[in-house]
Write a protein that binds this ligand. Structure first.
Ligand SMILES: *[C@@H]1O[C@H](CO)[C@@H](O)[C@H](O)[C@H]1NC(C)=O
Ligand SMILES: *[C@@H]1O[C@H](CO)[C@@H](O)[C@H](O)[C@H]1NC(C)=O
Ligand SMILES: *[C@@H]1O[C@H](CO)[C@@H](O)[C@H](O)[C@H]1NC(C)=O
Length: 373
C-alpha cells in the first residue's frame, strides 16, 4: 500500500507542474513592449514578430490584438508551426484604402499551411474596400487589379474561425483552398449590397468544412462552393443582402474536381437576388460531377429565384451558348423550403441537355410570389 502511494504522489506533482507550465505560456500582446504595436499606427511588423514567436513555440500560444483600431498593410502568416495558435483579435485591423499599398495583389491577410489555428476575440478585419469596388472590373477583365481577399486560408487544417467579423473586403471576404476540418462558428461578414465581387465565404478543394451560426450580408454570394469541395455542412446561416448560397459556378476550367457531400440546413435568406442554386457553365472543357447535395429547412424572405439549377450559367456572354454543360448533377434534394419570393418563378431547374440531372427530389416546397401577375 505505502509503496503504491509513493508512486502516486510524484505523478501528481508532475501533473501540477505540467499544467502550470501550460498556463504560463503567456499571451503575446502586440502592444506589449516586446512587439511595440501602437493604436492607430501600422502594426504589421509587431504582428509578424508575434506570429514568428507563436509559430516557434512548442506549447500552444495566444496572440492578442487588444481593443482599438490598428492599421495593417497585410501579410501571409506561414506555418508549419510547432503547436496550436490562438489569434485573438479584440480590436479592428484596417487595410490601406489604396489597394496598391498591399504587399500582395490577391491577399490582405493570409494563413498558409497552418494546423490548429483559432481565430477569436470578437474583433473586425476591415478591408476598407469602398474605393476598390468603384474600380472593380474583374467580371470582364481577368487581369483586373482589385483582387484583395480579406482572409485567405490555404492548407489550413483542424482550425476554428469564431466570433470575428470580416468587413468591407476589397474582393471575396474569405477564401479557403485545400483546407481540411475547419469550423466557422459565430462568424460575421458585412458589406453593402452594392459591393462587387465580395462573396462571403468561398470554398474550393476543401474537405470537412462546417459553417454554423454565421451571419453574412454582402454584395455577392453569401457562400460559394467551388470545385473539389467535399463534406461541407452549413447550418444556421443567415444570408442577406447578397446573391444567396451557390454551388459553383462549375465547369468553366479544365482542371476542375468533383463536388460532393454538401448539406445546407436551417438557413434563412432575406432580400437576396437568389436563394439556393447550382450553377454550371455551358461548353465545359471536361466531364465532371456534382452530387449528394441537400438543401433542407430553408426560409426565404423576399428572395428572387429561390430554387435554381442553372446549367446555362453564362454571365457577360463569356461562353459558347448552346453547347451543353458537361457537369453531371445527381442526388440532389430540396426539402422544406418555405417563404416568399420576388420573382414570378419560384423553382427553375435548367439541367444540361447533354447530361441530364439525375435523382433530383423536391418536397415540402411552399413559396409565395410577391410578383404582381
Ligand atoms: C462538422 O460537423 C460534423 C457533423 O455535424 C462533425 O462530425 C464534425 O466533427 C464537424 N467538423 C468540424 C471541423 O467541426
Ligand atoms: C443560430 O445562430 C445565431 C447567431 O447567428 C445564434 O445566436 C443562435 O443561437 C444559433 N441557433 C442555434 C440553434 O444554434
Ligand atoms: C446517388 O445515390 C444512389 C442511391 O443512393 C447511389 O447508388 C449512387 O452511387 C449515388 N450517385 C452519386 C454520384 O453519388
Amino acid at each position: 500500500m505505502g509503496l503504491k502511494l509513493k508512486n502516486v504522489l510524484p505523478m501528481f506533482v508532475f501533473l501540477l507542474l505540467a499544467s502550470t507550465a501550460k498556463a504560463q505560456s503567456a499571451a503575446l500582446d502586440v502592444t506589449s513592449e516586446k512587439y511595440g504595436g501602437k493604436p492607430d499606427a501600422d502594426i504589421t511588423q509587431a504582428l509578424e514578430k508575434a506570429w514568428t514567436d507563436a509559430c516557434a513555440s512548442t506549447a500552444p500560444s495566444k496572440i492578442v490584438v487588444p481593443k482599438g483600431t490598428f492599421k495593417f498593410v497585410g501579410t501571409t502568416f506561414k506555418g508549419p508551426c510547432k503547436a496550436a495558435i490562438e489569434f485573438q483579435l479584440q480590436g479592428t485591423l484596417q487595410a490601406p484604402v489604396d489597394g496598391s499599398q498591399l504587399p500582395k495583389d490577391d491577399t490582405w491577410i493570409g494563413f498558409d499551411n497552418v494546423d490548429g489555428l483559432t481565430l477569436s476575440g470578437g474583433g473586425t478585419f476591415d478591408g476598407q474596400g469602398a474605393e476598390s469596388w468603384k474600380n472593380n472590373d474583374c467580371n470582364k477583365n481577368r487581369q483586373c487589379k482589385s483582387k484583395h481577399i480579406n482572409l485567405r486560408f490555404h492548407l489550413l487544417t483542424n482550425s476554428k474561425i469564431l466570433d470575428v467579423t470580416s468587413k468591407d473586403s476589397k474582393n471575396f471576404h474569405v477564401n479557403l483552398l485545400k483546407c481540411e476540418k475547419v469550423e466557422f462558428n459565430g462568424f460575421t461578414v458585412t458589406a453593402p449590397k452594392e459591393s462587387m465581387n465580395t462573396d462571403g465565404i468561398h470554398i474550393g478543394r476543401s474537405t470537412g468544412i462546417n459553417i454554423t451560426a454565421t451571419t453574412i450580408g454582402t454584395g455577392d454570394d453569401c457562400i460559394s462552393i467551388g470545385d473539389g469541395t467535399k463534406d461541407l455542412t452549413v447550418t444556421n446561416v443567415t444570408c442577406g443582402p447578397g446573391h444567396g448560397i451557390a454551388i459553383g459556378s462549375l465547369g468553366r476550367y479544365p482542371e476542375e474536381e468533383p463536388v460532393s457531400g454538401i448539406n445546407i440546413k436551417k438557413c434563412t435568406l432575406t432580400d437576396t437576388s437568389n436563394g439556393v442554386r447550382i450553377k454550371t457553365w455551358p461548353a465545359s472543357p471536361k466531364d465532371s460531377t456534382a452530387s449528394d447535395i441537400h438543401f433542407e429547412d430553408i426560409t426565404m424572405v423576399n428572395v428572387g429565384n429561390p430554387i435554381l439549377i442553372d446549367q446555362e450559367y453564362c454571365p457577360w456572354n463569356e461562353c459558347k451558348k448552346g453547347v451543353p454543360s458537361k457537369v453531371k448533377i445527381s442526388n440532389v434534394s430540396f426539402k422544406n423550403i418555405k417563404g416568399t419570393c420576388t420573382d414570378p418563378v419560384a423553382v427553375k431547374l435548367a439541367c444540361s441537355p447533354g447530361l441530364p440531372c439525375e435523382n433530383v427530389e423536391l418536397s415540402d416546397i411552399d413559396l409565395k410570389s410577391n410578383w404582381n401577375f
